[in-house]
Design a binder for this molecule. Structure first.
Ligand SMILES: NC(=O)C1=CN([C@@H]2O[C@H](COP(=O)(O)OP(=O)(O)OC[C@H]3O[C@@H](n4cnc5c(N)ncnc54)[C@H](OP(=O)(O)O)[C@@H]3O)[C@@H](O)[C@H]2O)C=CC1
Ligand SMILES: N[C@@H](CC=O)C(=O)O
Length: 814
């Protein structure tokens, strides 16, 4: 014997009933079966609505009943051949009349007792099962229709009746022993008390009906047929990558279903667990899918966690006070007060200091709970030894469930680490001693992110999703996006990183796509995007609350540099090639670093010095290993190195600078390079990174650019430089005469930093520095005589973009 149960969505339409009957017929070929059906999808809610409207004397209940009638009549007309319809149509009409009579009574009395409510809602299952029975008869499928109310006996707690198992088991066995049919169809959810009144087993109770039957009949298995292919690792509406769980234990299934996994009504597991009857969750619309098998043995252990579940609309109540410490019976009084009001406690935490107890309850119980607890402790509150209970709303419980968590160190560390890195604040924690469930209470606004972060951390061996918000798509930014596009597949396959650009902007436009902007057509999308509004950009990026988010600044803008704090404070990492933030006031620089630490975010700016060269990382590696930097000598301007390498008198100085700009080496404003400001910023950042507290104004700059070149705007700059050609020629010729070359050199010695143009002889480390190269010489306690040297291309969009790319990967892999 097998027991099958089909939910409301499985019997919602005549077409789906065809699918149900095909499963039933196939199953019954090999063995006798009993199958339980829920009410046609949506009917229970409509019946309840009709009752509620009648209670408040709204005539609209009649309209609802007419809709229910219409749905059932249409169901019959589409399901049964015309010649066999009349008996079933009149059965439906008769039952609808009874529904109407009940509601009329409620209307007059302005009251619907739980007993009446049970009677009313029972019609959903009763009528649906009888129509399907009629369909089976019309199709020539021999079967018996059995009224579950005659088999399942309960107490008289209407709305959520408790089953009297000994009477129920006896009646079920007797009925099935006497039956000659291979197939029996029964309405789910409904039962009756000792006085013959209709009772119900709680919302979702059809699963329970089937489990009771399976246990009583010692069925070989129980199958719950629904519209999804099993219990999922997380709610698929929240977590797109949720996947069906192949097998779990009864205990895990109970934990998951208690915490909101809607495919199984929680009490269903108990009866079959006692008899060790395998329970399958299957999909009516994809019967070939494996589904979830629930048995008494834990799953094979390949994954330590079986699923994630969550409940929203949670209120947190905290009872605090010095008067609670060491006094036995406090918690008993708290829970007695809550129980007295019928408040279900979802989660409890109490610190070992016993100074406070925190409970999570449904928001709908909040008002009653607060009053009851304040009442229970009114004398302690009056004495000031206990505070009035504190209540907060808009929380959710997220639970990590798995048998194999037992004795597995590190699971909770991983869970809280993942939440912390994503700025998700955990307000309360509970872990049962069975270690089958770790529950956290978080703000509902973080629910989606938390579920995705945890799902990624525990179930997605395939990849980690990284969400980028990119501002600045000029020389460097556009190259970065091209590199990301090119490497997307590699990153996913080799590094298990799915890097997506969610937002993109320049100074004029911005564009977002929560699912990731297609990197083949980002330019077109941006060109028709909305007008750039920085506040809005931040609001959207922060508001999306995406896991593993990184803000990438590819601009040279002061206003963009000012936004980093807003991101870091929301645990969004910042990767930037813009040197402004790190070279502004020391207090700003150090605040950004401490915000990153405080909010578990990354603040990475390797490209601020030497473009794609590993200058800052090398410096940090030296310091982390205990070395100390005594001095730095460096050529840090790709532009100036290029200009002085190329300027040989055959072309004007202005022409060579123009070439540097055309090739993408200069700052958006080339005067920053020519004036030495860019080099000052870089040596300042190196000084700060090596532990010095230095400000820009403290750096000496021996400028070579005539002052008038810095006046006016970028457009007039080249004209002004051209006017001073003789000055540049003189600098060149003087160096040439001495057999030297011009190099713009930055120096940090002790706490003093300086920059300036120098003519260097062939013995200098910088004499042969080619093209746009940079060279950084670190003299440290360990590298005393011979410096540690980092050398290579120090400017250019391609290398800079690759440096930003590396920082993104570094931030992503934390
Ligand atoms: N070139 C190099 O070798 C290196 C460059 N860098 C740094 O890279 C950064 C970018 O340089 P580069 O790509 O050459 O500059 P570009 O001028 O080519 O591009 C700058 C981008 O930033 C955008 N932008 C500017 N201001 C804003 C704003 N307020 N809001 C939104 N977007 C803005 C621009 O938009 P729009 O087009 O609309 O103006 C443009 O998309 C600079 O900070 C530079 O120091 C760092 C290391 C090396
Ligand atoms: N303009 C800069 C680019 C890198 O920071 C340079 O020329 O070095």
């Amino acid at each position: 014997m097998r027991v099958l149960k089909f939910g409301g969505s499985s019997v919602a339409t005549p077409q789906s009933v065809e699918a149900v009957l095909s499963i039933v017929k196939q199953s019954a070929e090999k063995r006798p079966i009993a199958f339980v059906v829920s009410a046609m999808g949506g009917i229970t809610d409509m019946l309840l609505m009709a009752g509620r409207l009648a209670t408040v004397q709204s005539e609209e209940y009649k309209q609802i009943i007419a809709e229910i009638e219409n749905r059932f009549l249409e169901y019959v007309r589409h399901m049964l051949p015309i010649t066999t319809q009349s008996a079933t149509l009149s059965m439906v009409k008769q039952q609808i009349n009874t529904i109407e009579e009940i509601c009329n009574g409620v209307f007059v009395l302005q009251e619907m007792s739980p007993r009446t409510s049970d009677r009313l809602v029972s019609f959903g299952e009763l009528i649906t099962s009888r129509i399907i029975s009629a369909k089976m008869e019309a199709d020539g499928i021999p079967h018996a229709w059995i009224d579950s109310r005659e088999l399942i006996k309960t107490n008289s707690k209407f709305g959520h009746a408790a089953v009297s198992f000994s009477a129920t088991n006896r009646l079920i066995r007797k009925c099935f022993e006497a039956s000659t049919e291979r197939i029996a169809i029964l309405p789910g959810f409904v039962a009756s008390d000792d006085f013959g009144n209709t009772t119900t087993l709680g919302r979702g109770g059809s699963d329970y009906t089937a489990a009771i039957l399976a246990a009583a009949l010692s069925a070989s298995r129980l199958e719950i047929w629904t519209d999804v292919s099993g219990m999922m690792t997380a709610d698929p509406r929240q977590v797109r990558n949720a996947k069906p769980i192949e097998s779990i234990s009864y205990q895990e299934a109970m934990e998951l279903s208690h915490f909101g996994a809607k495919v199984l009504y929680p009490p269903t597991v108990q009866p079959v667990m006692r008899k060790k009857i395998p329970l399958w969750i299957k999909n009516t619309f994809a019967p070939a899918d494996h589904g979830t098998l629930i048995t008494d043995s834990a799953h094979d252990g390949s994954e330590k966690i079986s699923g994630l579940s969550s409940i929203s609309s949670i209120a947190l109540l905290s009872l605090e006070g010095a008067g609670m410490v060491g006094i036995p019976g406090f918690s008993k009084r708290l829970f007695a007060a809550l129980a007295g009001e019928g408040v279900n406690v979802i989660l409890i935490t109490q610190g070992s200091s016993e100074h406070s107890i925190c409970v999570a309850i449904s928001e709908s119980d909040e008002y009653r709970a607060v009053n009851a607890v304040n009442q229970a402790f009114h004398s302690e509150i009056a004495e000031g030894v206990v505070y009035p209970i504190k209540s907060e709303r808009d929380f959710s419980v997220v639970a990590l469930v798995g048998n194999s968590m037992v004795n597995q160190p590190g699971i909770s560390g991983r869970m809280f680490g993942a939440l912390g890195r994503n700025g998700i604040n955990v307000r309360a924690i509970a872990q049962g001693s069975s270690e089958r469930n770790i529950s956290t209470v978080i703000s509902t606004s973080d629910l989606r992110k938390a579920l995705n972060v945890l799902h990624e951390s525990f179930f997605e061996t395939s990849y980690k999703q990284i969400n980028l918000f990119v501002v600045g798509v000029g020389n460097v930014g556009s190259r970065l996006i091209e590199q990301l596009r090119h490497q997307q597949e590699y990153l996913q396959e080799q590094l298990k990183l799915q890097v997506r650009v969610i937002g993109v902007a320049n100074s004029r436009q911005m564009h977002f796509d929560e699912d990731g902007i297609c990197l083949d057509s980002w330019k077109e999308k941006l060109s028709v995007g909305s007008a750039m509004n920085l506040e809005k950009f931040i609001e959207v990026a922060v508001g999306m609350n995406k896991r593993n988010s990184i803000f990438v600044d590819n601009t040279g803008s002061h206003v963009i540099a000012k936004t980093y704090k807003s991101f870091l404070k929301r645990s969004i990492s910042v990767v930037t090639c813009n040197k402004i933030a790190c070279s502004s006031a020391y207090s700003e620089y150090s605040e950004l670093k401490s915000l990153a630490r405080k909010f578990n975010a990354q603040f990475l700016f390797e490209t601020n010095v030497g473009a794609g060269l590993p200058v800052i990382n090398t410096l940090n590696d030296l310091l982390r290993s205990g070395d100390r930097v005594s001095s730095i000598q460096a050529v840090l301007s790709g532009t100036l190195n290029f200009v002085f390498n190329k300027y040989d008198g055959t072309r004007t100085f202005a022409e060579v600078v123009q070439q540097a700009q055309d090739e993408g080496y200069t700052e958006p404003d080339p005067r920053l390079d020519l004036s030495g400001t860019d080099v000052m910023r870089k040596i300042l950042i190196l000084a700060r990174e090596s532990g010095r507290v230095l400000e820009m104004e403290q750096i000496k700059n021996a400028e070579f650019l005539p002052e008038s070149c810095m006046e006016g705007d970028i457009a007039s700059f080249y004209g002004e430089v051209a006017k001073h050609e003789a000055h540049f020629k003189e600098l060149l010729e003087k160096a040439q005469v001495e057999g030297k070359r011009l190099k713009y050199i930055a120096t940090l010695k002790g706490d003093k930093a300086s920059v300036g143009l120098q003519a260097v002889s062939p013995t200098s480390d910088f004499y042969n520095l080619d093209g746009k190269d940079n060279a950084v010489l670190f003299f440290t306690d360990r590298y005393k005589e011979q410096p540690l040297v980092v050398k290579g291309a120090g400017a250019g969009a391609e290398v800079t973009a690759s440096g930003i790319f590396s920082d993104i990967i570094r931030a992503a892999r934390v």
